[in-house]
Each structure stands twice: as structure tokens, then as C-alpha cells.
Design a protein around this ligand. Structure first.
Ligand code: HEM
Length: 413
């Protein structure tokens, strides 16, 4: 009878949320990917999934990989902060919470916003490029916050807290580390603050808040769902999109040929959006709770255990993206297969809006400047779940006032 060696469980003592790993996670991701399809992370008590096909399959199989009690790494966040939210529910409960704003966020509804968002992006870019030097994060933040505040229909008094809320909320998805402990009270405080500032009296007709209260009036959600739902959409739509847009600008400044390709129209702003998300996924990972015994490759995972789906690692898996996985190449034909927006029933509800905001800003930039350069040191923001920068100083060379957008190709800068 053949003797078979006991299966070795791939495991690691890596702290995925250590400052150094957060600053540059890609070597750690590569090590985990090569160790096996599922690697047990002792420090966090979770299985890391890093390969593209496994992450995608888990995102789509919500019967086995549940968002209930599983999106964050701590019981405190899963049970006190996330329980009953759109992100942390499945099946009928999830559909009930996702439906009230699905009409507002579908591609046709978002297309109708194009004129307004493009015009606003044009105005902001004109002002920033005229100044010559500007901060890409500040520019992106202004556009994204204006859009979200206007569409949701929120009082101006909530703007600053809402902008800060995203950072704190996303820290709470991680382990019980100092970043989490610092952010947990702030994240809870924002919800309390919103309950006092956002009421039926502040609602403007035609806004997302109006749609949420109408859903409550029709009994499709409860009155108590309204503010947490609003807060979830705002937190999900702020830093994620700010980081996507500002990182796209940084990558274009670092890759002058890609910038010229974008100006010349040989790659589209939509392609730059997807390739930026692939290479520098603004949400690096989320968890799931395993509901029944399953296998990832040869590795058995028991019911009740948790997996951590590393979108950032899957999006650089050479099995999917080949030897250029770590390169910024917006012309790659399959960039839009990236998983930075999730997949399956929890696919990002705001993905069409995020794409429109990014396209509008990048297109306005190509109209207004011939050259983009990094002008100092970008400052990374260290967050348990998000990847992006607090500041990206750029220098722009404005177009001559009479120079039109270059179609055909722009001369080399
Ligand atoms: C480039 C920008 C964005 C990125 C990278 C991003 C990323 C993601 C990811 C990865 C998920 C999936 C979560 C999961 O699998 O559990 C998600 C869900 C979600 N996103 Fe986004 N997001 C972006 C922009 C937005 C915007 C602009 C909004 C709304 C204004 C938004 C609202 C949501 C909501 C409500 C969910 C939960 C969906 C559900 O659980 O059914 N996101 N997002």
C-alpha cells in the first residue's frame, strides 16, 4: 500500500497589516501566491486567497463564501459595525438593501449624469492646471466629494465628517491593531452624528436620500435602514474613487508614453481606469465566512473558518496576467477583468459612477496639459484595507490656449 505524506498545510506568520507590508504589499503577495492557493495566516486566524481564479470563484459562490459575519477580521466589526448592512448580508436580505439605489446607479442613470460631471471636472482641472503645480489627491477629492454630496443630497455640514469617515470605516475591516483601535470610535461617532444631521427635513427631491426615504415609506426597507445605508454608500464611494483617480494621475505622470497614448486617443480613459484598479487596487482585500467544508486546490477549509480575498494580489497574478502582471499597461486587452470592484452579487454598486468620474477627470486633464510630472514625494496613506495616497504633488505643463486636444497623436513631450 503506498504511503502518502500527511498533507502540509501552507501557513505563514506574515502580518498582512504591518506598516512595511502596507507600504509595499506586492512581494508578500507574490510569496503567498507561490506558497499555495490558500495560505493560513496564523496572526490573523484567516486563510489568504491570492490567486485570480480562486478569488473570483469565491466572490461568485456566496452560498459557500458568505459575507454575513465574515467581511471584517474582528467579531467586533462584523457584529457591531457591519451586521445587517448591504456589504455584510447575503441572499434576500442583501437584495432588499441593494435595490433602493440600484435604479440611480445603473449605467443609463449614470450616463445621464455625464454632462454635469464632465463640466465640473473641466472646471476643477482648469483651475488646478492654471496654477501649474497641484495635488492630485486634493483635485480628485474635490470632484468626488462634490459629486457624492450632490447626488446623495446631503447637508454641507456633514461634508468633513463624511470625507474622514471612509478612512476610519475601512480601518475597521482589519485586525485588532492600533489603526483599528484608533478608528473604531471615530467610525461609530460618524453614524451618531449623521443620525442627528440627516433627517427627513434635510431631504431634497430627486436625490438618493429621497429615494431611500421613499423605499422606507413603501416598506421596502425600514426607517432605521436609511442612515446606515446612506453612510455605507458614501463611505464606499469616497476614498475608493479618490484613490483610483489620483493613482491614475500618478501612474500617468510616471509613464509619459502612456500619458501620450491617452492624449492621442490610442488608449481610452476607461482602459486607464481599469488598469489602475488592477495594478493598485484601492480596496486590497475583504473577508468571507465559509459556510460549509470546501477545498481551495488541495487545501481543506472547514465550515466556520474565514478567508481573506486579496483583490490586490489576484490582480497581479501572473497566471492570469502573464509576465507583465506588475507593469502599467492600459492597452492590455483584458484589463477590465480586474477584480478591484469585486465580482458576483456584491460587485461594487457604484462602479459605473466611479468610472465616469475617473474618465471625466482624466479627459479634462488631457485637454488642458501636454505633460504631467511628479513634483515631490507622494505620501502613502496606510490603512488596513485601502491603498492610496494622502498627497501626490504633480506639475502640469498647460497646453497653449489655442492648442486643441491632439488627435492625431501628440508629439513626444
Ligand atoms: C474605484 C472606486 C471603487 C472601488 C475600487 C470600489 C470597490 C468595491 C469593492 C471591492 C466592493 C465589493 C465588496 C465585496 O466584495 O464584499 C464594493 C462594493 C460596494 N461599493 Fe464600491 N468601489 C468603488 C466606488 C464606489 C462608489 C462610487 C460607490 C457609490 C457611490 C460604491 C458603493 C459600493 C457599495 C454600496 C458596495 C456594496 C455592494 C454590495 O455589497 O452589494 N463604490 N466596492
Amino acid at each position: 500500500m503506498p504511503v502518502t505524506a500527511a498533507a502540509v498545510i501552507p501557513s505563514s506568520s506574515l502580518d498582512l497589516f504591518d506598516d512595511e507590508v502596507l507600504r509595499d504589499p506586492y512581494e508578500a503577495h507574490s510569496t503567498l501566491r507561490e506558497m499555495g492557493p490558500a495560505v493560513y495566516l496564523h496572526r490573523h486566524g484567516v486563510w489568504a486567497l491570492t490567486r485570480y481564479e480562486d478569488v473570483k470563484a469565491a466572490l461568485k459562490d456566496t452560498d459557500t463564501f458568505s459575507s454575513v459575519d465574515g467581511v471584517a477580521l474582528t467579531d467586533q466589526a462584523n457584529q457591531r459595525i457591519l451586521a445587517g448592512t448591504v456589504l455584510a448580508s447575503d441572499g434576500m436580505a442583501h437584495a432588499r438593501l441593494r435595490r433602493p439605489l440600484s435604479h440611480q446607479l445603473n449605467p443609463r442613470a449614470i450616463q445621464k449624469l455625464a454632462g454635469w460631471i464632465e463640466e465640473h471636472a473641466e472646471k476643477l482641472v482648469t483651475a488646478h492646471v492654471r496654477a501649474g503645480r497641484f495635488d492630485a489627491v486634493a483635485l480628485a477629492r474635490k470632484l468626488v466629494a462634490d459629486v457624492v454630496m450632490e447626488l446623495m443630497g446631503l447637508p454641507e455640514s456633514t461634508r468633513d465628517q463624511l470625507i474622514e469617515a471612509a478612512e476610519h470605516t475601512f480601518n475597521c475591516f482589519g485586525p485588532d491593531n492600533p489603526r483599528h483601535r484608533h478608528s473604531a470610535p471615530a467610525a461609530a461617532g460618524v453614524i451618531e452624528f449623521l443620525h442627528t444631521e440627516v433627517t427627513r427635513k434635510t431631504v431634497r427631491p430627486g436625490t438618493w436620500m429621497d429615494a431611500l426615504y421613499q423605499a422606507a415609506d413603501a416598506g421596502r426597507i425600514t426607517e432605521a435602514d436609511v442612515v446606515p445605508l446612506m453612510s455605507a454608500y458614501v463611505a464606499a464611494g469616497m476614498d475608493t474613487t479618490i484613490f483610483a483617480i489620483s493613482t491614475a494621475m500618478l501612474l500617468l505622470a510616471r509613464h509619459p508614453q502612456q500619458w501620450r497614448n491617452l492624449r492621442a486617443g490610442s488608449v481610452s480613459a476607461q482602459a486607464v481606469f481599469h488598469e489602475t484598479l488592477r495594478l493598485e487596487s484601492p480596496v486590497q482585500g475583504f473577508g468571507r465566512r465559509v459556510t460549509r467544508a470546501t477545498r481551495i486546490g488541495n487545501t481543506k477549509i472547514k465550515a466556520g473558518e474565514q478567508v481573506w480575498l486579496l483583490y490586490g494580489a489576484a490582480n497581479r497574478d501572473p497566471r492570469k496576467w502573464g509576465p507583465s502582471a506588475d507593469e502599467f499597461s492600459p492597452a492590455r486587452p483584458d484589463a477590465e477583468d480586474q477584480l478591484a470592484l469585486g465580482a458576483g452579487p456584491h460587485l461594487c454598486a457604484g462602479n459605473h459612477l466611479a468610472a465616469l468620474e475617473t474618465r471625466s477627470l482624466l479627459t479634462a486633464l488631457t485637454r488642458h496639459c501636454t505633460r504631467l510630472e511628479v513634483d515631490g514625494h507622494p505620501q502613502p496613506m496606510l490603512n488596513n484595507t485601502l491603498r492610496g495616497y494622502t498627497s501626490i504633488p504633480l506639475r502640469a505643463t498647460p497646453c497653449h490656449p489655442q492648442t486643441p486636444t491632439p488627435h492625431p497623436p501628440a508629439p513626444a513631450a
